[in-house]
Write a protein that binds this ligand. Structure first.
Ligand SMILES: Cc1ncc(COP(=O)(O)O)c(C=O)c1O
Length: 376
């Protein structure tokens, strides 16, 4: 949980908050970055490791600028994210671009902007870049890395390992390899195996950089468990990440609208003023199924209230499938207007949600800095 005392202070004062809302903790973001730095240093054996924040994890302007100012570059996945990054004053040499959504004019714009790296996602993209570079003929600083698919269940993203060596011959402008291990699928063993497969497919004389999305969750940063990766220690490498920085730094607060207790049902049904239209995958966690923590506050006093009743917590869509959590700490003292707190919810929230479904207002966002909140 994050800064409960601060949150309580603001809940008590009904005029200061607009619900539903998301709080982000600066202190937790900093802690997560410190853990991440130690982890990456140990993994690579390097003193400094280049990191890129994945904009798609949360494009809140204050958060992106804050993380950038902590020494990160930014990884974007669409032209709109790119334009947004520039509007925040992020330098093009600190921007990488990944993902399969790059139209011709966007690729041209990226190359001419001399971004740090363009992660090529397909042979079609590589062919277009080849054609563009041959036509343009000037030396530009953009680096080109080729995404290799490491997902056993889908060919969608990147090229296959079998296509790799041919691509490196056909596209001499490629100077690096890019891959994403998948959401929370990191293990050191798996990373070593994928790197081994990739390096066996590369001619020994070709020195390439590695740009890797490890798909880390905070639990993966267990520093004692991690050992050095020899291959990365010998190559220029960088990492991009999203959830590991922000997921545990955010909480979502919404008001209770209705409490339905029916005698034939064991659990109480609670409907809140919010739900998957603000939280998408961070709340409906496909791995854990329910969020790690759901607690309740009295709106009048800001006090935490805990009981022993089972309750289904539903969002406010006109569907019975927007079940957000099943809890066993619901209290009969709770009433319409009291507050539900979901944790962790800092990554892939509003931007990854069906936010126009029933057209409820977007959740308000607040940044907790030194015990005070700022609307962001
Ligand atoms: C290529 C790539 N890099 C990085 C990320 C960020 O992943 P995470 O939030 O798991 O760190 C993603 C997420 O989908 C991705 O597709």
């Amino acid at each position: 949980m994050i800064e409960l005392e601060t949150i309580k202070k603001y809940i008590q004062n009904p005029d200061t908050l607009s619900y539903p809302c998301i709080f982000y903790s600066e202190a937790v973001i900093k802690q997560n970055i410190a853990l991440l730095d130690d982890f990456l240093k140990k993994l690579t054996g390097k003193k400094e490791v280049q990191k890129y924040f994945s904009c798609k994890a949360n494009p809140n302007a204050t958060l992106v600028s804050f993380i950038y100012n902590q020494g990160f570059g930014l990884d974007v996945s669409s032209e709109r994210e790119f334009t947004f990054a520039l509007s925040l004053g992020i330098e093009t040499k600190s921007i990488t671009v990944s993902g399969p959504a790059k139209q011709d004019h966007f690729i041209e714009r990226l190359i001419l902007s001399e971004i740090k790296a363009l992660h090529i996602d397909s042979i079609d993209e590589a062919n277009f870049i080849k054609y563009f570079l041959e036509t343009y003929k000037k030396d530009l600083k953009t680096n080109f890395t080729l995404r290799v698919n490491v997902d056993e269940n889908s060919n969608k993203l990147g090229v296959s390992i079998e296509q790799l060596s041919e691509c490196l011959i056909r596209y001499p402008f490629i100077s690096g390899i890019h891959f994403y291990l998948g959401r929370e699928k990191f293990s050191k063993k798996r990373l070593d195996q994928e790197l081994q497969k990739i390096s066996s497919a590369i001619a020994p004389h070709r020195k390439l950089t590695f740009s890797i999305g490890l798909g880390l969750s905070l639990a993966d940063l267990e520093i004692n468990q991690i050992t050095i990766c020899e291959l990365l220690s010998n190559h220029e490498c960088s990492f991009e990440m999203g959830r590991v920085i922000l997921e545990t730094a955010g909480v979502y607060l919404a008001k209770i609208l209705s409490i339905k207790k029916q005698k034939d049902f064991l659990a109480t049904d609670v409907i809140i003023d919010g739900g998957i239209q603000h939280l998408a995958s961070s709340l409906i966690d496909f791995k854990r199924k329910i969020p790690a923590d759901v607690v309740f506050f009295k709106k009048s006093s800001g006090e935490l209230v805990s009981g022993e009743d089972q309750a289904n917590i539903y969002g406010s869509l006109c569907l019975s499938s927007d079940l957000l959590a099943i809890v066993d700490n619901f209290s009969r003292e709770l009433k319409r207007g009291d507050i539900v707190y979901f944790y962790p919810c800092g990554a892939y929230n509003i931007n990854a949600s069906p936010s126009n479904f029933i057209m409820q207002n977007l959740a308000s966002e607040y940044f907790i800095h030194n015990g005070e909140i700022v609307k962001v």
